[in-house]
Ligand binder design. Structure first.
Ligand SMILES: [Zn+2]
Length: 116
C-alpha cells in the first residue's frame, strides 16, 4: 500500500469509521453504566434509553456509509465505475464552494469545476 492508497482509504473510510466507533463507544458507555437505583436514575432512565438508541443509530448509519464506500471502491478497482473524475475515474461528490458549483473526487481528492 502506498501513501496515496492510505490517503484514499482515510478519505473514504475515515468519517464512517469514526461515526461507527463513536456510536459503539456511546452504546458501550450507556450500556455499562450502573443500573437505576436512586430516584434520579429512574427519571434519567428514558433519557438513557433514547441516548442509547441514538448511539446505536450513529453506529448503524456509520456502518451503512462505510459499506457503501467499500462497494464504490470495489467497483472502482474493477473498472466498472465510470465517475466524473478526469484524474482517476472515481466518483465525485457535488459541492458548492465560494466560486459556485464544483465536484470533489471521493477517490483521489481531485476537484473539478461544475457538477459531474
Ligand atoms: Zn479522482
Amino acid at each position: 500500500m502506498d501513501i496515496t492508497a492510505i490517503e484514499r482509504n482515510v478519505r473514504l473510510y475515515g468519517l464512517p469509521v469514526f461515526l461507527t466507533l463513536m456510536g459503539l463507544a456511546g452504546m458501550l458507555l450507556i450500556g455499562l453504566s450502573s443500573p437505576a437505583t436512586t430516584p434520579i436514575d429512574h427519571v434519567l432512565a428514558p433519557l438513557k434509553r433514547a441516548a442509547f438508541l441514538g448511539a446505536a443509530g450513529f453506529a448503524v448509519v456509520g456502518a451503512i456509509w462505510w459499506a457503501r464506500n467499500a462497494w464504490l471502491k470495489y467497483r472502482w478497482i474493477r473498472g466498472e465505475l465510470d465517475g466524473g473524475c478526469h484524474h482517476c475515474g472515481g466518483v465525485m461528490r457535488q459541492l458548492k464552494g465560494r466560486w459556485g458549483a464544483y465536484s470533489k473526487c471521493l477517490m483521489c481528492g481531485n476537484t473539478r469545476k461544475g457538477w459531474h
